[in-house]
Design a protein around this ligand. Structure first.
Ligand SMILES: Cc1ncc(COP(=O)(O)O)c(C=O)c1O
Length: 350
């Protein structure tokens, strides 16, 4: 019963098989192999346009270097107050970009458009003392398991464009959001004005594969140097390419994310029918936040379930009682129905 994070899951057998096949041959290093090139092409197909793609090792690197690529001196990056980039990356985006993060409030993990407008307006372009607005970053799926609808992405994108700011998307859980919206990768990104994307593979069945996708290759013209200077150009980059080859082949990535989302749906439905537990808020991807009696959480833990206790957000619809606990559960390609059902049955009987 591993619900602590989708990072806790292993790698999908198809990814492992591809890695092991790759390990038996020689190929050119530093991203110049035929395989690296072929997978870059594959991203063009996936996004239905010519994109510039750069493989990196972690989601933090993808976010930090994406923002570094669009940085301006004295720049400010606007993100949700609970975004991974501002809360959970130890300031790496600030460190690599030399910019500062500005948190924008909004319910359900999404920036409220009027708050974003108001925040950006506080930092006019000639404001030497306060710094100037330089980028907007949004997370899809969000850190609290919700999803920006296509219309909501349009609204955020328009605000960014009205202010001349590039828009970055943290897609550590891109596939889960895509499956939830049922749209194409192009529709969720460049067709709505996203300029740079952190495209995650690790949480959805890869061993270690993340990519930065620039929808205007011109934006990436100096990026190869930035990636090297930040130590993210791997000599055996083809092993990231190999993972992406298997990941993107025959829509494996979509199947894995669908499975993770379906397991989260099963949890959501299960919690909905338990008298003793409730959903803390409605999520739409592979993360579920539930309020349980402390006794149920303790019983589940004692029987081996792994999950994280979560700090109660300010805007939670119904407060967490003193005998209750808020927990986060994350499903993955490796979550089984049995795991979900066992967890729910412990809650039902505790
Ligand atoms: C939304 C989001 N973005 C980025 C990351 C960063 O990924 P990594 O831990 O690989 O640096 C995470 C990881 O949990 C995440 O949840």
């Amino acid at each position: 019963m591993f619900f602590a994070s989708d990072n806790w899951a292993g790698a999908h057998p198809a990814i492992n098989e591809r890695l092991s096949k790759e390990s038996t041959r020689f190929a050119a290093a530093y991203g110049t192999s035929d395989l690296d090139r072929a997978i870059e092409q594959r991203f063009n197909e996936i996004f239905e346009k010519e994109v510039a793609v750069f493989f990196v090792a972690t989601g933090t690197a993808a976010n930090s270097l994406s923002l570094a690529s669009i940085a301006r001196p004295g720049g400010l990056t606007f993100c949700h107050t609970e975004a991974h980039v501002i809360e959970d990356e130890c300031g790496a985006p600030d460190f690599f970009s030399g910019m500062r993060m500005v948190g924008v409030e909004g319910p359900a993990g999404k920036m409220l458009p009027e708050n974003l407008i108001e925040r950006i307006a506080r930092y006019p372009q000639d404001s030497v003392h306060h710094g100037r607005a330089a980028a907007v970053t949004m997370t899809q799926a969000t850190e609290v398991g919700t999803i920006y609808s296509l219309d909501e992405i349009d609204v955020i994108s328009k605000i960014a464009k009205d202010n001349g700011l590039p828009l970055h998307m943290d897609g550590a859980r891109f596939a889960n959001a895509l499956v939830s919206l049922g749209c194409s990768p192009a529709e969720m990104t460049w067709k709505r004005g996203v300029d740079v994307l952190s495209f995650g593979g690790t949480k959805n069945g890869c061993w270690c594969a993340e990519a930065i996708v620039f929808f205007d290759p011109q934006l990436a013209k100096d990026f190869a140097f930035l990636r090297k200077r930040t130590a993210q150009l791997f000599s055996k980059s083809r092993f990231i390419a190999a993972q992406f080859e298997a990941y993107l082949k025959d829509d494996l990535w979509i199947g894995l994310a669908s499975h993770a989302n379906t397991m989260a749906d099963r949890l959501r439905t299960g919690f909905g029918s338990l008298n003793s537990a409730r959903l803390a808020w409605q999520t739409e991807s592979n993360e579920v936040f539930a309020v349980l009696p402390k006794a149920s959480a303790k019983a589940a833990s004692e029987q081996g379930a792994k999950f994280y206790d979560w700090l109660e957000p300010r805007d939670i619809p119904e407060k967490v009682g003193k005998d209750e606990v808020l927990i986060r559960m994350v499903t993955s390609f490796a979550t089984t129905q049995e795991d979900v059902d066992q967890f729910l049955s412990i809650c039902a009987s505790a």
